[in-house]
Ligand binder design. Structure first.
Ligand SMILES: [Fe+2]
Ligand SMILES: [Fe+2]
Length: 360
């Protein structure tokens, strides 16, 4: 009897140890930190990609000029000549955010060299928008609490406002939503697109819309909500569209060529297939794909347009199914709702003030 009991005890102890060993193995196998530094999978634009599949999807009566304009209409030229150059801090932070060894100390050191910028950020972070329980009194903590991207978006807002570019409520919400979706796609699609660049492009891709709309008259019935039609209308109305003008501005501000080219070409995926755009923009095709899909997803989120809009080839390229639901995943919609709410309050929508946002 005693031997049987002893055998049972040995059996249970052995089974317990085996189970513990298995659990430990499963736990240690989780990717955790390796994931961040794993090399991104290389994607090339295959010459076997079937162009014909997408030919009809890109059959339009009007398409924008692909060459950069050599002559800018006089009234537009006067406006951009009166604009100061944007702070080089934007490009500096953007490239720092692309570094996998980024740390909050480096970013806060860059920001605190400018007193006005520092107080703008602290004021924003401590505003009721964020509902933080404890007061934040330094940039380092602000970065730790809100994350690099959120702080960097505030930096860009302050820097553009400093040179007199002040987006409307819709423009502010659109830039912040596009930037957030682009950062999310940069990290989840794992095609090796730099996150800092995507946040920058999300915020600045439509900057020339603000420049044009705050300085020049609008068409009597406003612009079409359809992005392709709007581009055509702008070209007709101003003699230049906002994407081209944005590219010219970025160039004049001495931003890296990759950024100015991506801003200039951000609507191309709506007009030409991936293969064609990729042949001319090989070095920025990943950025263009992520940016244009984020742009469309942001407009879907605010219900300005509906549907995937650009060809499946772009969605396939960033390894996402060509459905808006596969871009606007529940894990980011919470953030998007919060951004939209901040935008509403910031621009004086008192209705939004009354209702405490459930998602914040
Ligand atoms: Fe645009
Ligand atoms: Fe946009």
């Amino acid at each position: 009897m005693e031997t049987a009991q002893l055998l049972w005890m040995i059996f249970f102890v052995a089974a317990g140890l085996a189970a513990a060993a298995l659990a430990l193995k499963a736990f240690t196998k989780r990717p955790a930190s390796n994931m961040r530094k794993a090399p991104a999978q290389y994607i090339s634009i295959s010459s076997e990609d079937n162009l014909d599949t997408f030919t009809n999807a890109y059959d339009f009566d009007w398409k924008p000029e692909r060459e950069l304009l050599t002559e800018i209409p006089r009234d537009v030229e006067n406006i951009i000549n009166s604009l100061e150059s944007i702070s080089p801090l934007i490009t500096e932070i953007s490239s720092k955010l692309n570094d996998p060894d980024i740390n909050p100390k480096d970013i806060s050191r860059l920001i605190i060299t400018d007193q006005g910028l520092t107080s703008f950020i602290l004021k924003r972070v401590n505003s009721p928008y964020y509902g933080l329980v404890q007061k934040v009194d330094n940039i380092f903590n602000a970065i730790v609490i809100l994350g690099y991207n959120e702080i960097y978006r505030i930096v860009m807002e302050e820097r553009t406002s400093k040179i007199g570019i002040k987006p409307s409520r819709e423009e502010w919400i659109h830039a912040n939503l596009t930037s957030t979706i682009a950062a999310y796609l940069a990290s989840t699609s794992r095609i090796g697109v730099p996150g800092g660049t995507m946040v920058t492009l999300g915020m600045l891709h439509d900057i020339a819309k603000t420049v044009l709309s705050q300085s020049l008259p609008q068409p009597e019935n406003g612009f079409s909500p359809d992005p392709r039609e709007r581009l055509r209308q702008e070209t007709e109305f101003y003699g230049i569209d906002h994407a081209t003008l944005g590219g010219i501005l970025a160039k004049r501000w001495q931003m890296p060529e990759r950024l100015s080219n991506a801003i200039h070409r951000h609507h191309w995926p709506m007009f030409w297939p991936l293969r064609e755009v990729g042949q001319i923009s090989q070095d920025i095709i990943k950025e263009l794909s992520v940016l244009s899909i984020s742009d469309i997803a942001a407009k879907n989120f605010t219900q300005e347009i509906s549907g995937t809009y650009i060809g499946d080839d772009y969605y396939r390229f960033i390894k996402k199914p060509p459905k808006i639901e596969s871009i606007l995943m529940p894990e980011i919609t919470r953030d998007l709702v919060r951004i939209k709410h901040i935008g509403e309050i910031k621009h004086g929508n008192t209705e939004a003030l009354g209702q405490e946002p459930a998602e914040i």
